[in-house]
Design a binder for this molecule. Structure first.
Ligand SMILES: [Zn+2]
Length: 412
């Protein structure tokens, strides 16, 4: 990349402050809620975005509509906007989502959630950060390239998906079902939907998730005559203590993650008997397990069942182990993948920050892309006010992230 090319593009982006606010205003005024969240979907918002893109000359647009009878016109729209690069060997993808979550308790908002309020460098409103920061930043990067006549090094594709907040079935999962090879292993995929306030986290990996329900059956009896029953609560307590051994059995460390280990924590506990003088014949508790990618979750489950059987032999109980949710970790994006290297270079240049590849506890949309064989990195510079009242985006981050994305698009 020629340094002059980036400087020209960056200077152009510096002039987009009003543009960024205006686009946030337009998008925020069209609440794109999934029918599952009581809305009509993303169609109106998607159309507004299409008009905006065409307005500055980005005309290679392709819509892929997923059917949803509950949505406006029965459609959940996904949109791809492409800019040709000097080479088509790779594509630099930026994927943001169109949908938002509900505003929640209106009384907790200081201003109406669907009319943006600008205060200093902050824009308040539902969706302004999640995920309109990504939408706006990627649009401004593309706009600056087109307006300065700067050709990206590789093809660029801005991808705007539906349905991220309610499972992605009609968003990225739908797209991958239509075209399992839409991302190539050589592509760079950036998902600007999470990050730290200083922009130093490039999320490249996530743990597998397993939520386990453990039911222990004993025999109920009067509290004064424990010998006539089997106290399920006591047996379950022993199970919980014994399950601490999972930390040792699956004890590998991977410093990319924070914490760097698999975790297995007992969490929810269902109520048993309502009164003090009954020995409970049934006990139900749950475990939230977050498992490093190197472990197969089936092995964790087998271990939990073995421990249940050991307890049953000792106490005469019947322990059953069920899976409430289970998701093996997606293959991690290598810490030296091109998308990571390019982001590090760009973040250092724009923000003067050393960004680090990191792993998190699980459940991001990037996992779908990683499973499809493409290296994806989640990155943005944000305070993560998403889903709460008074969600905001910082204007310097909207413009700075646009520069970071443009820098990546210009790197050869
Ligand atoms: Zn999001």
């Amino acid at each position: 990349m020629s340094g002059a090319g980036f400087d020209t593009v960056a200077a152009r982006i510096d002039g987009y402050r009003d543009e960024a606010i205006a686009l946030e205003r337009t998008l925020t005024a069209i609440p794109a809620l999934s029918p599952k969240n009581g809305g009509k979907g993303e169609l109106a918002k998607c159309r507004a975005l299409e008009a905006y893109l065409r307005g500055f000359g980005l005309t290679d647009l392709r819509r892929i509509d997923a059917p949803d009878p509950g949505a406006e016109e029965g459609i959940r729209p996904n949109l791809i906007a492409r800019i040709p690069g000097a080479s088509s060997e790779r594509t630099v993808w930026v994927m943001s989502h169109l949908d938002i979550v509900p505003e929640g308790d209106l009384k907790k908002w200081d201003s109406p959630p669907f009319e943006i309020r600008v205060e200093g460098d902050k824009i308040f409103g539902r969706g302004v950060e999640d995920n309109q920061q990504g939408i706006v930043a990627s649009c401004l990067a593309a706009r600056a390239l087109l307006e300065t006549g700067t050709r990206p090094a590789y093809d660029v594709a801005l991808l705007f998906v539906a349905d991220e907040e309610t499972g992605s079935e009609l968003g990225i999962q739908y797209l991958l079902k239509q075209d399992p090879k839409m991302f190539r292993p050589v592509d760079l995929v950036i998902v600007p939907d999470g990050g730290l306030p200083d922009g130093s986290m490039i999320e490249v990996a996530e743990k597998g998730i397993v939520w386990i329900k453990v039911t222990t059956l004993g025999k109920q009896c009067h509290g004064s005559t424990p010998e006539r029953g089997i106290n399920a609560h006591v047996a379950a307590a022993h199970t919980i203590v014994k399950l601490r051994s999972l930390y040792k059995k699956f004890g590998a460390r991977d410093e990319v993650f924070d914490p760097p280990i698999s975790t297995f924590e007992p969490t929810k506990k269902e109520a048993n008997v309502p009164n003090v003088n009954t020995i409970p014949g049934e006990d139900v508790f749950y475990i939230d397990g977050r498992v490093l990618p190197q472990y197969d979750i089936a092995k964790v489950l087998r271990r939990v069942k073995t421990i249940g059987r050991q307890i049953d032999r000792k106490f005469g109980t019947t322990t059953t182990v069920e899976t409430v949710q289970r998701d093996n970790a997606a293959p991690p994006t290598p810490v030296d993948a091109p998308v990571v290297a390019s982001l590090r270079k760009a973040v250092e240049r724009v923000y003067g920050v050393q960004a680090k590849p990191m792993g998190i506890g699980g459940g991001t949309v990037a996992a779908h892309i990683r499973r499809a064989g493409a290296p994806a990195a989640v990155w943005a510079r944000m305070d993560e006010t998403m889903h709460g009242p008074n969600e905001y985006a910082l204007i310097p981050n909207l413009l700075g992230d646009a520069k970071v994305l443009a820098h990546v698009m210009l790197q050869a």
